[in-house]
Ligand binder design. Structure first.
Ligand code: ATP
Ligand code: MN
Length: 478
């Protein structure tokens, strides 16, 4: 007999039929004559209730049915008086894999997220983490669907790179040299000409520069790959290894770029609302449970309400300079409540400032544009004022920056000047400059941090809980 998955069984109309199901035991409840087993196979949040009449089974088998054990059950599908429409009356039970109830770390009770991080190899088996995994998958699919529908091409950009000027922070070096005894040049420095690639190489912090090369031929492309940042920031929004989606479009200016970013985020959130209802409902209840411990004014909107709110409202668009003005006049600034003071034009905005604008001042997502040139990367287009660049950051409640992007500097001379001023080695970037030498066109793009999106959509408080195995400073388990 072919195994059926629980997702399909719970929707089944085939009352009275004999079916076969496999999964893991979440809980078992024993009464004198019957055992009620909640079986989950990860295909959906809900469990299938299996009813085993004690007299029909060997006592030894029933004893092995513990939380965490894997079972295959053949039985009759009947209507249920319980939470689900149907349940399974067991005829045969095979214990496929046992789990010692005294040792299995996941007891059928609430575990803290911190504890579950330590057993991330098992946390997929909880409702919370299986729900997140399913939402994550839905979002991956929606990303490809959105861009495919719009005629974008997916490009794989390299993970190992020799350019260290992407300007997004510290990089992880990649080497095969013996670190205990590296070859040296005459002046005592490490001789990287003897390294695997014959030069210093690192893990990429962004696929943008290579993405631009493709966009200036294919018109609209996107990358969706792993990115690595060795920034020592122990926050709830930073990972050392995360996934980023980077569209890049020829003939798009900053306004086109903003329109696309807003449409994209709304599409993804809508997709989750339409396709992940059961999981979102569960995550919403989980979040509200957690919010109960917070003071009233710090509690966030109910998850689904919050997602709908973002989809239904226009994002606010304003310039960095306007934002600085609002921040300087704000109550927390007047009262000295910001940890980092807002000094005026040139101040790099911190998460607390971004969240003030979004959560307190405008109460909706904000796109900030036209940042001071000196706090942004070299490739951003210089505005006519000469001191700002055509950058855009999309700011979300709870998350702060979810997207960072810009219109790119397409004018060769101005780009070269800026690179010199910012100390970017021109020789190494000659390939990049070729796009400006030959058929250069205005173009734009942005980067969406995939885990920041998932943090928002699932209502989780910490980015470490929305990637299966988080890599953060001093933490690289599993
Ligand atoms: P932040 O100021 O929050 O550190 P950033 O300015 O370094 O972000 P970008 O270099 O513009 O970010 O990267 C594009 C997007 O990638 C960000 O908007 C964010 O969504 C995501 N991102 C950046 N750094 C991280 C990280 N360490 N972990 C997870 N996502 C990140
Ligand atoms: Mn950063």
């Amino acid at each position: 007999m072919k195994r059926q998955e629980i997702k399909e069984i719970l929707q089944s109309e085939a009352i009275g039929s004999t079916i076969k199901v496999s999964g893991w035991v979440r809980t078992k409840r024993e009464s004198k004559n019957v055992n009620f087993i909640n079986l989950n196979d990860g295909t959906v949040l809900s469990n299938l209730q299996v009813v085993a009449e004690v007299e029909n089974f060997d006592e030894k088998i029933l004893k092995k049915i513990n939380t965490g054990a894997a079972l295959t059950v053949v039985g009759e599908l009947v209507e249920s008086g319980g939470q689900q429409r149907v349940e399974l009356v067991a005829k045969e039970i095979e214990v496929v894999g046992e789990a010692d109830p005294d040792k299995y770390p996941l007891q059928p009770k609430r575990h803290s997220l911190e504890f579950l991080r330590e057993i991330a190899h098992l946390r997929f088996r909880t409702n919370t983490f299986s729900a997140i995994a399913r939402v994550r998958h839905a979002m991956i699919f929606a990303v490809h669907k959105f861009f495919t529908e719009k005629g974008f091409f997916n490009i794989h950009t390299p993970i190992i790179t020799a350019s260290d000027c992407e300007g997004a922070g510290e990089m992880f070096q990649v080497t095969t040299l013996d670190m205990n005894n590296p070859p040296r040049t005459e002046d005592g420095k490490i001789d990287y000409s003897q390294d695997f690639f014959g030069k210093i190489t690192s893990l990429t912090v962004s696929g943008q520069l290579e993405g631009e090369l493709a966009a200036l031929a294919l018109s609209k492309i996107y990358t969706f790959g792993p990115t690595f940042r060795a920034e020592n920031s122990n926050t709830s929004r930073h990972l050392a290894e995360f996934w980023m989606i980077e569209p890049e479009m020829a003939f798009y200016d900053l306004n086109d770029n903003m329109d696309l970013a807003e449409e994209f985020l709304k599409y993804l959130i809508n997709y989750a609302l339409d396709n992940c209802q059961e999981d979102l409902l569960f995550l919403s209840q989980r979040q509200q449970q957690e919010e109960k411990n917070k003071p009233q004014q710090e509690r966030s909107m109910e998850l689904i309400e919050k997602l709908k709110f973002v989809v239904e409202n226009d994002f606010v668009r304003l310039t960095y300079t306007e934002a600085i003005d609002i921040l300087q006049k704000s109550k927390p600034a007047q009262k000295g409540q910001f940890q980092y003071p807002v000094e005026g034009f040139g101040t790099d905005l911190q998460s607390e400032h971004e969240r003030f604008l979004v959560e307190k001042h405008f109460k909706r997502p904000v796109i900030l544009i036209d940042y001071p040139a000196n706090i942004k990367a070299f490739y951003m287009k210089v505005n006519p004022d000469g001191k700002t660049v055509a950058a855009m950051d999309v700011l979300f409640p709870q998350i702060g920056e979810i997207i960072g992007g810009s219109q790119r500097e397409e004018r060769l001379e101005i780009l070269v000047e800026k690179m010199k001023a910012m100390g970017i080695p021109l020789e190494e970037m000659d390939w990049y400059l070729d796009t400006r030498r030959y058929g250069s066109v205005p173009h734009s793009g942005f980067g969406l941090g995939f885990e920041r999106l998932i943090t928002f959509v699932t209502g989780m408080g910490n980015i470490r809980d929305v990637i299966p195995f988080a890599r953060t400073p001093k933490n690289c388990e599993f």
